[in-house]
Design a protein. Structure first.
Length: 277
């Protein structure tokens, strides 16, 4: 999941100097429209956390995708990562995100609206249990998720609201689940940056599904390669003890016949290296 990756708009204006001499100053030429931007990104992470929840059972994740931004502000993109079947993706091991929307800057302010589709090829709920622990309903077939979102930004701060328009990751009766994300990314200069995040998930009709997650990290740009380190934690219910009840975020290392389990929301340090081309 996305952890969703969006490319920046190219903003710029070029004007030829006006002629001096004795003639009246010539009007500047019209600024050319920014060229459309096609970018690619790739990254290696020690663990994949989506909204604070472990998606790879503590193992590394290789991630990457493509983004196309039109000068009008419209964009489309794709992002991908390996996942663990025990994280709710029976018989699957790949996440593919497809998204599109409109993004516009107004000085220090920004607006972003769009939609995203989380697709997990090969998943089959028959190979594992996808059950709503409140009402006992189960799901069969492919696992996916569909959301719309709206976000605003000011300088280094951003706020984004995402709303599921179908059952949240195919868990029955969870349509309307939503996530609020407050993030900060501050440039310290000389290639250094710090980032922070606080998020809140409202998991509709799911007992013990709501939680808050947070992150604090630092990055260093080295010749275009960004090296990062962060600490990610949550208060999600993931206690895997034998006496624990309705611990939604206690995951196994496979969708069926798991030999081990772990608290998928437990705090962890994540290191990474990534690049955008």
């Amino acid at each position: 999941m996305k952890k969703t990756l969006l490319a920046s708009l190219i903003l710029g204006a070029f004007a030829l100097p006006a002629a001096a001499q004795t003639a009246a100053p010539a009007a500047p030429e019209a600024a050319p429209a920014p060229a459309p931007a096609l970018t690619a990104n790739i990254g290696l992470f020690s663990s994949y956390r989506f909204r604070g929840i472990d998606q790879t059972f503590g193992k590394p994740a290789l991630q990457g995708g493509f983004d196309y931004n039109h000068e009008s502000g419209f964009y489309v993109g794709n992002w991908n990562s390996n996942v663990q079947s025990g994280a709710g993706y029976p018989a699957g091991n790949l996440e593919m995100d497809f998204y599109g929307g409109y993004k516009k800057a107004f000085g220090d302010f920004g607006l972003d609206v769009g939609a995203i589709y989380y697709y997990y090829p090969g998943t089959d709920a028959i190979a594992g249990q996808i059950v709503n622990n409140r009402n006992g309903q189960s799901h069969t077939g492919r696992i996916d998720n569909k959301e719309v979102y709206i976000g605003g930004s000011w300088k280094f701060l951003s706020l984004k609201y995402s709303h599921s328009v179908g059952d949240y990751f195919s868990v029955p009766d969870t349509k309307g689940s939503n996530y609020l994300d407050l993030s900060a990314n501050y440039d310290l200069g000389n290639g250094w940056g710090i980032n922070g995040h606080v998020g809140q998930l409202h998991y509709k009709n799911m007992t013990n599904g709501d939680y808050t997650d947070w992150k604090l990290g630092v990055t260093k740009d080295i010749n275009g390669w960004v090296v990062g380190a962060s600490y990610v934690d949550t208060n999600a219910k993931g206690n895997c003890s034998a006496t624990a009840v309705n611990q939604v975020y206690c995951f196994g290392n496979s969708s069926s016949g798991a030999t081990s389990t772990k608290d998928a929301g437990k705090g962890i340090a994540v290191v990474s290296v990534s690049r955008t081309f």
